[in-house]
Design a protein around this ligand. Sequence first.
Ligand SMILES: C[S@@+](CC[C@H](N)C(=O)[O-])C[C@H]1O[C@@H](n2cnc3c(N)ncnc32)[C@H](O)[C@@H]1O
Ligand code: SF4
Length: 453
Amino acid sequence: MSDLVQKYNVPGPRYTSYPTVPYWDLHNFSGSKWKETVQRSFEESNAEEGISIYIHLPFCEQLCTFCGCHKRITKRHEVEWPYIKSVLREWRLYCDLFSSRPRIKELHLGGGTPTFFSPAHLEKLVQGLLRRAELCDDSELSFEGHPNSTTKEHLQVMYNLGFRRVSYGVQDYSVTVQKTINRLQPFDNVKQVTDWSREIGYTSIGHDLIFGLPHQTLGDVERTICMTKAQKPDRIAFYSYAHVPWLKGSGQRGFKESDLPSPETKRRLYQRGKEVLQDVGYHEIGMDHFALKSDSLYKAMVQGTLHRNFMGYTSTKTQLLIGLGVSSIGDSWYGFAQNVKGVEEYEHLVLNGIIPIFRGHILSDEDQIIRRHILNLMCQFKTSWADENNRFTGLEQVLERLREMENDELLKISSDQLVVTKKGQPFIRNICMAFDLQLHRKKPETQIFSMTI
Ligand SMILES: C[S@@+](CC[C@H](N)C(=O)[O-])C[C@H]1O[C@@H](n2cnc3c(N)ncnc32)[C@H](O)[C@@H]1O
Ligand code: SF4
């Protein structure tokens, strides 16, 4: 395994979209094209499956120095209400494009820190959104809570609004690691919010853990996983630490590259974590998730309906995802569009009736086919071109690129399908890269992606 890790540990996308953001064709994109694709997708899918909404709530009180998310650090809570008003204005701009009342299948509040906002403001946000929409019968409403700022009132208010899933950022319980990443977060805080969530009636409680953090040892991961399994969250995200200090605003500092575990150690951290989790009944889902059998993510995997989008793995798949708030990315299946990242610019644009996107991509027929293959691989570890709609010019070259991985027993290719072996699963990002025609047409000149292992 160690040789394979050395061989395949290269910079590569996490494939929450295809084409990946650095490969969007900005010249062939415009706001009007984006709106057309949104309207087309809405017409095709709202009545049947409904739509998804992601709302980005960017504020955090303190910077965690490992964090790769888009955030704004502030202790000034006066920012809450103007921001919420802007998100609701943006929602109104989208509703004006729709020919009927939107039906919401999935609503996710992410961040930053959604629980930076007061329960009353979150309630106004969700009520404002629902004033122009209805919920599908089997809708899934979820939010990300910070264990240090989630109160019982937050949980009760969100539950009363229909939220049944909550995920908490845990990362690692080692005090040395926590000090290095500037995130002191005692076990008792996590246990408290987890217990409250269960008491109130949440049916899916998630914990986010990370392997590969600075100064993190095998013992730390073992301890963290043991303390996690004792609380029995329904879902665990076990993310590979993405080291991307070159991204503007990533804020990754306060430790040296040499403080990070080596690629081989990092893989061992994952393997060990996985063994312990599987021993106590968790099932591995896709690239970096684990879930109990009763959780909807596990059921989606078994039924073959697991999906991946900008929010990561999800159990609900809709054709249209509207992203609201700074830096959010919308997905109409025929196109992607990202909102501006600055809070002031965002508020100014929506106040002036402008959908606040600043870049995007319209998918070609070829992009849509490749996207399907990459989704199949990321969600089901296999893909097929038996159906001629899934064939594309260049398939032969893709398969040629995969021969070496086949010789390394990472996958099996037959006449019309590719199946990733157990041994190949840790290398899924590398396997997807072989299909990434955009990446092969133009290799990046500098490092823009985190390492695959
Ligand atoms: C927006 S944050 C979670 C919500 C809340 N702000 C908190 O910290 O508890 C979502 C998750 O992304 C993950 N994450 C953030 N930066 C990461 C990085 N550089 N590499 C891997 N995962 C990361 C963390 O596990 C984090 O809990
Ligand atoms: S991990 Fe969460 S709380 Fe920390 S900076 Fe990132 S988004 Fe904010």
